[in-house]
Every structure is written in C-alpha cells, then in structure tokens.
Design a protein around this ligand. Structure first.
Ligand code: ADE
Ligand code: ZN
Length: 326
C-alpha cells in the first residue's frame, strides 16, 4: 500500500512497550534450554497456538509464566537487544520501555541483574543505532501497596538509572487509588509517573491516575470516550494516550480493529499515538500496528504523520531533541 512506505520511513518513538512482552517463543525456548528449564510446551508452534486470549488476565497468566525463563543478566540483555534490533528496523528513533521487577525478584532474580541486563542493551543501541531511550519501572497493581514499597526500596540505590515509574498488570479491581501513597513517594524522589488506565477498567480509573497518581501520560486510556468531560480534560491538558491497537484486539478490548476509537481520539484533539505493548504476544511490532490501523481504520497520510509526531512530542526527550525529529 502506498502509505506503508510513509509509515516505515517516518521517525517514531515507542512509549508503551513491556520488555518482557517482547519475548518471542523462539527466544523462550532458547533461554529455557540455556537455563535448563522445562517448558510446558512441546514446540514454538505450540506456544504460539496458546496465544488465544479472551481478556487481559488470560494474557497475563502466560506472560508471567513465560518470563520465568529470564534468569541471568545476559538473558535480559539478549531480550532487550532483540527488541532494539526490531525497533531499528521499524525506524524507531527513541523508545521508553517498561520493566516489571516484581515478576523477577519474586523468583529470586536480583533487581540489579534485571536492571543492568536491560541497560547494557539500551546503551549499545544508542551507540550502534543512535536509538535513545528511557527506562520506566512498573509496579504490578495486582500485588499489594507494601510489595510496591519494597520494590521501590530495591530500586533506591539505582534511581539514577531509572527515568520514571509506571503501573501495570490486572486493572479490574486494582484502581490507581490503591497506589496513591506509593506514587506520592516516587514523586518526592523526583520520579515522573505514568499509569495504565482505561484499558479494561472504567474512565474513573483515568481520573484517578491523573488526580491521585499525577500520571503524565495514560497508557491505553481508550475507555476515556465513555466520559465526555474526561475527553475534554485530556484534550485541554494534552495528556498523551499511549494507544496499543493490536493489543486491544488480541485482549478483546475491541472485537474488531475496525471498531477501534483511535481516529475518534485524534479527531477530539487528543495526543494519541500507536504502540506495540507486548509485540511477541499480540502479533506485531510498531509498524505492524500502524499498518493494521491504516488498513482497518483507513488512516490518512495526515493521521499517520500526526501519530508519529505525537509519539515524539509525548516522549520524555528534551525539547531540543524533540525538535530535531519533529
Ligand atoms: N503488562 C503487560 N502488558 C500489559 C497490559 N496491556 N496491560 C496491563 N499490564 C500489562
Ligand atoms: Zn501495557
């Protein structure tokens, strides 16, 4: 399609990418073998065949199990490096990646092992590919506030290597307000915040993420259109929404990509952009998400340029570096 060349060549930032969600089944098998772990699947094809999700939780169950093959610093390096090579192929010039320390520390993997494996790959990508990056530490919202505070304690010696904090995992029944005190402490420490909200959860969780967590962006946020006053606020304050179309499709947030509200968000003047979330599980990296939306939502060249520009302007790059890409 003529617009796909535009999609491929535009400089883009990715702002919603869980590094554990870039674990391809091939690497899952390779790391299982290297670490002498027996997987409950016979083959790479059997793993892929299991990726038939009905909602967020049905995905999270497999995602947390899959992450069990990640054990050494080299494993985290290899995982992150594989993503960064894909990012370069998609002409991503800047990426802000999430990691979930609790998924690993709960299994006895050291916080520093995770952090340094990821960071070593990010540093190499900046040197070899010129891809800049930020690293965002996410708290798992299905776990307790106390567990979140313990994770922040683990991170304390390394805050110079962490650019911000996020909130992810099962949204329903785990409202942002559960973590208001934890995020207040993070703010005192100078850590900017983002939060997943309005993916499966109601528009009220987006209000909470803004007012109680002081979230600078909303991850997903697609359910905001259920509340016109909220849409007006998101537009007025230009709060970015890191939208993940193929994720929303695979997790049945929408039944058909043609029904996705991405164009409606843009038309309302919101700073929305496209991201891949967990590309190894949802069937595509960044450009695949763009192309699927171009196809099913009939994105125009103007929409595509706007989405790419929004990704740069919603990033945490300093203004002068944003200006270079805009
Ligand atoms: N962790 C990884 N992907 C996620 C998503 N889409 N929503 C919530 N938590 C996640
Ligand atoms: Zn996510």
């Amino acid at each position: 399609h003529p617009l796909d060349q535009l999609i491929r060549k535009l400089p883009k930032a990715e702002l919603h990418l869980h590094i554990e969600g870039s674990l391809e089944p091939e690497m899952m098998f390779a790391l299982a073998e290297r670490n002498e772990i027996v997987l409950p699947y016979a083959s790479v094809e059997a793993v892929r065949a299991a990726y038939n999700f009905t909602d967020l939780q049905s995905f999270l169950d497999l995602y947390y199990a899959g992450a069990g093959v990640l054990q050494t610093e080299q494993d985290f390096f290899d995982l992150t490096w594989a993503y960064l090579k894909r990012a370069q192929a998609d002409h991503i010039v800047h990426t802000e990646i999430f990691f979930d320390p609790q998924t690993h520390t709960a299994r006895g993997v050291e916080f520093l092992t995770v952090l340094e494996g990821i960071r070593r790959a990010l540093a190499l990508a900046e040197k070899q590919f010129g891809i800049t990056s930020k690293l965002i530490m996410c708290f798992l919202r299905h776990l307790s506030e106390e567990d979140g505070f313990a994770t922040l304690q683990d991170a304390m010696p390394y805050l110079d290597r962490i650019d911000g904090v996020g909130l992810d995992s099962g949204e329903r029944g785990n409202p942002p307000e559960k973590f208001a005190r934890l995020f207040a402490r993070c703010a005192e420490l100078g850590l900017p915040a983002v939060a997943h909200a309005g993916e499966e959860g109601p528009a009220d969780y987006i209000w909470q993420a803004l007012d109680l967590l002081h979230s600078r962006r909303i991850d997903h946020g697609v359910r905001c259109t259920e509340d016109p006053a909220l849409v007006a606020r998101l537009a007025r304050e230009q709060i970015p929404l890191t939208v993940c179309p193929l994720s929303n499709l695979k997790l049945c947030v929408v039944n058909d990509l043609a029904e996705h509200n991405l164009r409606e968000l843009l038309a309302a003047g919101l700073c929305a952009m496209v991201n891949s979330d967990d590309p190894a599980y949802f069937g595509g990296y960044l450009n695949d998400n763009f192309i699927a939306c171009r196809d099913k939502l009939a994105l125009t060249a103007q929409d595509i340029v706007q989405l790419a520009r929004n990704s740069i302007s919603a990033s945490w790059l300093p203004a002068e570096q944003q200006a270079f890409w805009l």
